[in-house]
Design a protein around this ligand. Structure first.
Ligand code: NAD
Length: 498
């Protein structure tokens, strides 16, 4: 797509500014939504209009599912060898790599993500996911089990790993292409076809991905994109009887609706939901190593990260130092244009999130938490929030609910056994971060935390080689790693006597 206007910045970044309307990608071609419906996409840093985006209706979603089913049945995608599908997906990864700056710019423009985080984080992570599953495509197989003879006959059981069919994917705005890649790459590698409903606030990079996949050689109809609103396009996709599987990443509230939408249909589902993740700083933690991770765990992408560790349990002996150093870090963060290399924090994604985070800032004070720094919505145009540190208690709502903003709550603890109880006392169970130099503490705490992922002396983004997912209110199933592609297959057992 080169049909946009852009401005060149002093640092060489080419910043797209306005686009003509964006359409649906169905059956390998662009088309408008039925009735010509569109919605407005807005830049959260400037509040400027970026473009109008087609707003898919239930009828459009139905067309996309039909196109995906026709491609599953007749495009040759599932019959193609895994090596050939892998070759196409490797090519797609190369094209994503070549498009790094443009894709990053789209997400900065729509979501307010730091441009450098896209260039050095999100896009490299996405193409790594594509390469990982491209390499997996010809290594997916079943297993063989030899059984003892029965009544003088030999027996052999084996399993076949088959693609499921049409995969419906519904994704969130916070890491648009990264999270979409966790679904699209393994689903396609395994021979499925896909219909994705991208988030209202971040459809552009996924629409661009449609062009990239087509250029790489993915047949028409194998990959379809239906931008639109959650309660209409999203609900129509989640309800559609043509799906073999629904994979959803988003809030727990909408995640809970997913099975309701399926209305008693038996279908596979993966749900990657939110988190209110603990960071535990044990008394022997090396603070010089831990502090940068504690800070990133709270303020990366303005705190709009499902893995964010925003309840920070700190041993009494370290509370004063951690509080001071985290507050110093928060105060050092420059807010501003997310394209600017000197800026450390962009805006939050939209007005609704801005107001919601503002509500939590007031709530923290009303609940009696000590406001250490920040505490206000920034007084400037755009949806900016001051990075905030509270010194609070485990039972306060700011320490229990997912705020999805740059708001850290430090919670002192004295007993290293009790802190595990506090960390596990949550309806979420996505991940946890622990800081200790003691191997025994590290291993036993990692073992006893009721979460899907533990970082020890580190915080980062999930790695494509190992499974990622939550327990309890944080979801069902796993993405990434071997589990992340097997989830897009059916294992059929064949039992033979000869
Ligand atoms: P959201 O639930 O508001 O929206 C997610 C998607 O669901 C969007 O595409 C939206 O349009 C769609 N949707 C909304 N209402 C719908 C409905 N009634 N029926 C069908 N679809 C509907 O979430 P969000 O605000 O976009 O994302 C933030 C949330 O995502 C946070 O809770 C975050 O923790 C979570 N998240 C989790 C992970 C993970 O790996 N566990 C990763 C990223 C984000």
């Amino acid at each position: 797509m080169s049909d946009y206007t852009s401005t060149a910045r002093a640092d060489g970044a080419q910043v797209p500014t306005t686009f003509p309307p964006r359409r649906l990608w169905v059956g390998g071609r662009w088309r408008g939504a039925s009735g010509g419906a569109t919605y407005r996409s807005e830049n959260p840093a400037t509040l400027e209009h970026i473009c109008d985006i087609a707003d898919a209706s239930a009828e459009d979603v139905d067309d996309a599912v039909r196109a995906a089913q026709a491609a599953f049945d007749g495009s040759g995608w599932k019959e193609m060898g895994g090596a050939e599908r892998g070759r196409i997906l490797f090519r797609a990864a190369d094209l994503i790599e070549a498009d790094t700056r443009y894709l990053s710019a789209l997400e900065t423009l729509e979501v307010g993500k730091l441009y450098r985080d896209g260039v050095f984080g999100d896009i490299p992570a996405t193409l790594a996911t594509f390469r990982y599953y491209a390499g997996y495509a010809d290594k997916l197989h079943g297993s063989t089990v030899q059984l003892p003879d029965y009544a003088g006959r030999h027996r052999l059981n084996y399993t076949l790993r088959e693609p499921l069919g049409v995969i419906g994917a519904i994704t969130p705005w916070n890491n648009p292409i990264v999270v979409a890649g966790w679904k699209i790459a393994p689903a396609l590698a395994a021979g499925n076809t896909v219909v994705i409903k991208p988030p209202e606030d971040a459809a552009l990079s996924i629409l661009r991905l449609a062009e990239i996949l087509a250029e790489a050689g993915v047949p028409d109809g194998v990959f379809n994109v239906v931008p639109g609103r959650g309660p209409t396009a999203g609900a129509a996709l989640a309800r559609h009887p043509g799906l073999a599987k629904l994979t959803f990443t988003g809030s727990p509230e909408v995640g809970a609706l997913m099975n309701t939408h399926a209305g008693g249909q038996f279908r596979k589902v993966t749900l990657e939901l939110g988190g209110k993740n603990p960071q535990i700083v044990f008394p022997d933690a090396d603070l010089d190593r831990a502090l940068p991770f504690i800070a990133v765990g709270n303020f990366l992408h303005q705190g709009q990260v499902c893995a964010a560790g925003t309840r920070v349990y700190v041993h009494d002996s370290l509370v004063e130092e951690v509080t001071r150093r985290l507050a110093d870090h928060a105060e050092s963060l420059t807010l501003g244009d997310p394209f600017d290399a000197d800026v450390a924090m962009g805006p939050v994604v939209n007005r609704q999130q801005h107001e919601r985070i503002g509500g939590y800032l007031g709530l923290g004070v009303a609940e009696g938490a000590e406001l250490v720094t920040g505490g206000s919505l920034a007084q400037r145009p755009g949806y900016f929030v001051e990075p905030t540190v509270f010194l609070g208690r485990h039972d306060q709502r700011i320490a229990r609910e997912e705020i999805f903003g740059p708001v850290a709550t430090i919670i002192p603890f004295s007993d290293t056994t009790d802190v595990l109880t506090l960390a596990n006392d949550s309806h979420f169970g996505l991940n946890a971060i622990i800081y200790t130099e003691d191997l025994h503490t590290a291993q036993t705490t990692a073992r006893d935390l009721r979460v899907g992922n533990v970082w020890i002396n580190a915080f980062g983004i999930p790695d494509m080689t190992t499974p990622w997912g939550g327990r309890a209110g944080s979801g069902i199933g796993r993405e990434l790693g071997a589990a992340g592609i097997e989830a897009y297959t059916e294992e059929k057992t064949v039992q033979m006597m000869f």
